[in-house]
Structures are given as C-alpha cells and as structure tokens.
Design a protein around this ligand. Sequence first.
Ligand code: ZN
Length: 144
Amino acid sequence: MTNTAPEQFVTLADFPTTRIVSADSATDVPCEPVAPGIAITPYLNLGESEPRLGGGFTITHTASGRGFVSSQACLECARVAGRRLASTGVDWLAIDPTDAGTVKASVGEDKYEAVVDALRLFQRCHQRMCWHDEDAATEAMTAR
Ligand SMILES: [Zn+2]
C-alpha cells in the first residue's frame, strides 16, 4: 500500500476567486473551480491579520453555495473528488439537501454509488495519510 505525504505548499494566493451563490447572497471567495459547477474551497484561518490556509477543503456547488462535504484531504484528492462528483451528472439544483430521506431517490441508485465513492476518496485522505497515488493507479487499471 502506498502511503505518501503529498506536497502541499500551496498558499492562499494560489487560489483564484470564484463566485459562490447562496439563497441570500453571492460572495467571491478564494477557491479553485475543478469542474463545471464544482469548486474546492480551502479552509481559512480568519483569526490572523490576513486570512491563511487552515488545511483541508470543502467541495462546493457554485450555483447553490452548498458545501457537499469537508475534509482534511490534500489538494490533489480534493481536486479528484470534485471532478468525480461533477462526472456523476447529477443535477444538484434539483435535489433538496435538507430532506436526507429523498436525496438517494433524487440522485438515482446508479449515480448515488458514484457520489458515495467520490466522497469516500475525499474523506479518507488526511494530508499525511494519503492514498491518491494508489487510487490513481487503480483508476488507470480499471480504465484499460
Ligand atoms: Zn490525498
């Protein structure tokens, strides 16, 4: 099993600003678009004189402002998970996230498994315990 510490010397300045829309506002926040409608938003430490990266990310749906999930994942795993969520083809605006009982039915059984897989990848990475090299190798094998 590969267990590599990823290089993660990114700074806040490395993130472009992306507009996140919510029910009552639209805010430009530092984050990285990884697929149409999906961005990864870094945790910020706001107690400093200038905001600093806090480690970890939230995967955000830019058209609704909803955060799918947060984790201490490294940058690369956050990017991969965001792209996988986008590739599921789920219409996120059509889903009521406040009704957990209907989310699976709204997403659809086949797409739901792909969503769960993407989120699992994202949540099992904890920066110094990262398996994205192994995941990439598995992906390459299954793509053959
Ligand atoms: Zn990782």
